[in-house]
Design a protein around this ligand. Structure first.
Ligand SMILES: [Zn+2]
Length: 287
């Protein structure tokens, strides 16, 4: 082999190594490229259409409704932000799982999400932050930069409805560096969770992008919200009071407490105050 040819081969080998190195380096930094993909994503309109339930209606009071075994009253759709602090005297309903305190509705879906992420990535996720008392929120607020932590009384952690999750060695801003972190962001809605502070929605939520903060809202709301790229604020705002909306297998309505006239034929009924003065009724109509 001539000297010139040898140099050419050497140059090619070095160029290939350089390209592979750059691709590997950038590929490793999921926290750089994953958000670019998110910004390029286009979202369809919210998959809800106005329904006119033709069934006869029965009027229920909130007391008679919640006394029924097939009705669940919880706070899964409670809006908590700077302009919607937790209602006075709010007491979070909590259970403890593996040392993490959360609303009882969240445990099973969390375990299912964690196991699915592990099955898909071979990485287990863990809870870094769970329920917080007002005192704990005050401590976090005092040690955080502005726009990172919510004001006291305005944190979903105080509501017991949110978890900050991490993958070993990859927490906080580096969560997206791990496949597990990106997987959580892709599939959490299948288990009733949303990325509550999405990228590019800082003006709506008042909180900067937090791909590690998952909030439980339940089905079908989580999928509706995540697939349309909305925030919880925008979703609740979309639901006009008194109107019934249909989505696959469900009827949803945001109603005043004295206007709980429900169509018949539901299998389960979930009711949650939304912290804007209304209740959101979620009726499962078919299995
Ligand atoms: Zn959080």
């Amino acid at each position: 082999m001539s000297l010139k040819r040898k140099y050419r081969v050497l140059f090619l080998v070095l160029a290939v190594c350089l390209v592979l190195g750059v691709v590997g380096f950038v590929g490793y930094h999921g926290e750089w490229w994953y958000p670019i993909g998110l910004r390029l994503r286009s979202y369809p309109a919210l998959a809800l259409h106005v329904a006119d339930p033709q069934t006869s209606t029965s009027t229920w009071s909130i007391e008679t409704l919640t006394a029924r075994e097939d009705v669940t009253l919880s706070n899964n759709l409670l809006l908590v932000n700077a302009s919607h602090p937790l209602p006075e005297g709010y007491e979070a309903e909590l259970i403890e799982y593996n040392g993490a305190r959360m609303h009882p509705l969240m445990q099973e879906p969390y375990i299912a999400l964690r196991d699915d992420v592990q099955a898909k990535t071979n990485v287990r996720i863990y809870v870094a932050s769970d329920y917080r008392t007002a005192e704990e929120q005050a401590e976090i607020l005092a040690s955080s930069e502005e726009g990172i932590a919510a004001e006291i009384g305005c944190s979903e952690h105080e509501a017991g409805l949110a978890l900050d999750v991490y993958a070993p060695y990859f927490g906080g801003k580096n969560f997206l560096r791990s496949r597990a972190g990106r997987m959580v962001n892709e599939i959490c809605h299948e288990y009733g969770y949303i990325i509550r502070y999405p990228l590019g929605k800082e003006e709506t939520t008042g909180i900067s992008y937090e791909p590690w903060h998952v909030r439980y809202v339940g089905a079908p709301h989580a999928t509706l919200i995540m697939e349309s790229g909305l925030t919880l604020e925008e979703y609740i705002d979309f639901l006009q009071p008194g109107v019934w909306y249909a989505t696959e297998g469900y009827l949803i309505s945001r109603r005043a407490s004295d206007d709980l006239a429900l169509p018949d034929g539901w299998i389960t009924c979930e009711i949650s105050p939304d912290n804007t003065g209304y209740y959101i009724v979620t009726l499962k109509m078919s299995m």
